[in-house]
Design a protein around this ligand. Structure first.
Ligand SMILES: O=C(O)CCC(=O)C(=O)O
Ligand SMILES: [Fe+2]
Length: 349
């Protein structure tokens, strides 16, 4: 069955540009414990750290795609709110789980600078693990949709963690027990909007990053996401595929596995071809280890055969690691060479 999405209402992604070699992994097959599919997911997690997760044929997957379509419309309404309303939920409320923006040199027809914007919504607020931060009424009005979406994304993440756990030959539940939905963590859902903007080398280069959590589930509708190809080192576009999420691994999994798994560098550039000229949204679910988890290599399974590295012996909790990566003194990216400090002046995921 093909899932109906709004991609077809937008100009097509060009068919003459180089795209990233993401394999497609079927959620329905992972749910059915299909060995070949689990193997394909593990191989891609080592080699590229990015896959398409094909949601078709899975009840949960199709509900996620449907939820993403609804949340896409809601985020467009959210970003239309007056700036002063959005700013009420800005960083003066919470440093991270808040509305963030940076301004462009380009201006809208009213002379206002265009904004790159995102809004982080804490999973613990959405599933009721803590007292909720203030948020716009439109978010409260869509609580049921958001909660279903978050719980479904988390269930998919749990399944993928279980498959990685098996392939890493770790004791059953090792990764899952570091990511229980009932416990406080840095997990969050993010609305993102980028205005129409010309190619800007400096801004683009500042945006290069690796995700620093565990697994990310991403929906986008226009091209613009690029990954650095691990073999050629070229930047290549990830084509949005209707009915599929893009799933990528973050630095936490690299740390836990002493480098067996890969967190690939990526960035967002203006949409290509006929898609240029349209503001671009994405909807991201970031998963992260529970706040109290110590960020270091795990013991057991095939991880024990990985060479010891002198670097990064510091013991730091997931909570502090995330805050330092987001705001503090650990800005950087993971590459084949290890952690590289980068972008001191920049605020990103
Ligand atoms: O917008 C996208 O397609 C990717 C966004 C991303 O990489 C992020 O928010 O970490
Ligand atoms: Fe990212």
């Amino acid at each position: 069955m093909t899932i109906r999405t709004s991609h077809s209402t937008l100009p097509p992604f060009p068919d003459d540009i180089v795209t990233a070699p993401l394999v497609s992994v079927s959620l329905a097959k992972l749910e059915a414990d299909d060995k070949a599919e689990e193997d394909a997911f593990f191989e891609a997690s080592k080699k590229l750290g990015f896959v398409y997760l094909d949601m078709t044929g899975s009840t949960r997957g199709e509900r996620i795609v449907d939820g993403a379509e609804k949340l896409h419309k809601i985020q467009q309404e959210f970003f239309k709110l007056p700036n002063e309303v959005k700013e009420k939920y800005g960083t003066s409320m919470d440093r991270f789980y808040a509305y963030h923006y940076s301004v462009h040199v380009t201006r809208d027809p009213n002379g206002q600078p265009l904004r790159n914007e995102h809004y982080n919504m804490r999973k613990d607020d959405i599933v009721g693990n803590c007292e909720r931060l203030p948020c716009p009424q439109m978010i409260l009005d869509n609580q049921e949709l958001l909660e279903t979406y978050v719980r479904d994304c988390r269930a998919v993440i749990d399944l993928m963690l279980e498959d990685l756990n098996t392939h890493l030959e770790l004791p059953p539940g090792t990764l899952g027990n570091l990511h229980r939905i009932t416990e406080r963590s840095g997990d969050h859902a993010r609305f993102v909007q980028a205005p129409v903007s010309p190619w800007d080398d400096k801004r683009i280069s500042l945006g290069e990053h690796t995700d620093f959590g565990t697994l990310t589930i991403l929906f986008n509708w226009l091209g613009g996401l690029q990954i650095r190809h691990p073999e050629t080192n070229e930047w290549v576009y990830v084509k949005p595929v209707p009915g599929c999420a893009v799933v990528n691994l973050g630095d936490a999994l690299v740390k836990f596995t002493a480098g067996i798994l890969r967190s690939n560098i990526h960035r967002v550039v203006p949409p290509p071809g006929q898609q240029a000229g349209i503001p671009r949204n994405s909807l991201v679910y970031f998963s992260r280890p529970e706040d109290v988890v110590i960020m270091k290599r795990l013991k057991g399974g095939i991880i024990d055969a990985q060479p010891e590295t002198a670097a990064e012996t510091e013991e730091i909790t997931s909570h502090d690691w995330i805050m330092r990566r987001a705001h503090g003194d650990l800005r950087g990216i993971y590459t084949a060479k290890g952690f590289e400090f980068k972008f001191p002046e920049q605020s990103r995921s």
